[in-house]
Write a protein that binds this ligand. Structure first.
Ligand code: HMH
Length: 209
């Protein structure tokens, strides 16, 4: 029998492609991003990561014992990532205390809603959004030198291992076959927002500034 996480990927290949391939990522790879796109992405992703940290802390609090380790380690890594964003922004002269754009806000609303959803749905969304990042940035390797540190951040062995650990957490949460429908809804919602996030960054180039 295939794993529930693999099943979701197989059943929604088109939505997956939309979430993981985008002109923004092509621009990261070959250095042809419009001015402002990367800066828009960076500032909004910093806000996203701050919201994700809160979501994940609360998810950890209701995780079953065998999945606590991967979620706790991820939480520590996320906090370090906020510092890393701050260090990336500084030499670029980039302001991080900007307002959430609508897509970033919509993601925050999803996170808050998932607090009332089943643990299985919430862990599925978390795995999906992290796996989207892995595959998206993999598609941008090795990346133009201006963006290489970011490509390396989401394609290295640590992140690969983290995403694999989350997949195991999803597979055990969905092993009973219960709650699959709700988890699938959360999965698809995350994919939609991932697509929208690239669109937002892309639109932040040229037109946005
Ligand atoms: C929009 N999705 C978005 N930003 C991220 N940093 C990740 C996923 C991975 O943490």
């Amino acid at each position: 029998m295939t794993q529930p996480s693999q099943d979701l990927l197989a059943r929604h290949a088109a939505a997956w492609r939309r979430a993981t391939r985008h002109p923004f990522l092509d621009g990261v790879r070959n250095g042809t991003l419009p001015a402002g796109a990367f800066e828009t992405w960076l500032a909004q992703d910093y806000l996203f990561a701050a919201d994700l940290l809160v979501f994940q802390a609360r998810l950890l609090a209701r995780a079953p014992r065998p999945s606590q380790a991967v979620l706790a380690a991820g939480l520590v890594a996320l906090e370090a990532e906020l510092g890393w964003f701050e260090r990336q922004a500084e030499p670029r002269g980039l302001q991080l205390d900007v307002r959430r754009q609508p897509t970033t806000h919509a993601y925050r609303v999803l996170f808050l809603g998932l607090e009332d959803a089943s643990y299985a749905a919430a862990i599925t969304a978390l795995w999906a959004l992290e796996r989207v990042y892995l595959e998206s940035w993999m598609g941008a390797t090795p990346g133009h030198q201006d963006y290489r540190a970011f490509v390396e951040h989401w394609t290295g062995p640590e992140f690969v291992g983290y995403v694999a650990g989350l997949a195991r957490a999803v597979d055990s949460a969905l092993a009973s076959g219960k709650g699959l429908e709700e988890a699938e809804g959360a999965f698809l919602r995350a994919l939609d927002l991932e697509r929208a996030f690239w669109e937002m960054a892309w639109a932040g180039g040229a037109a946005g500034r």
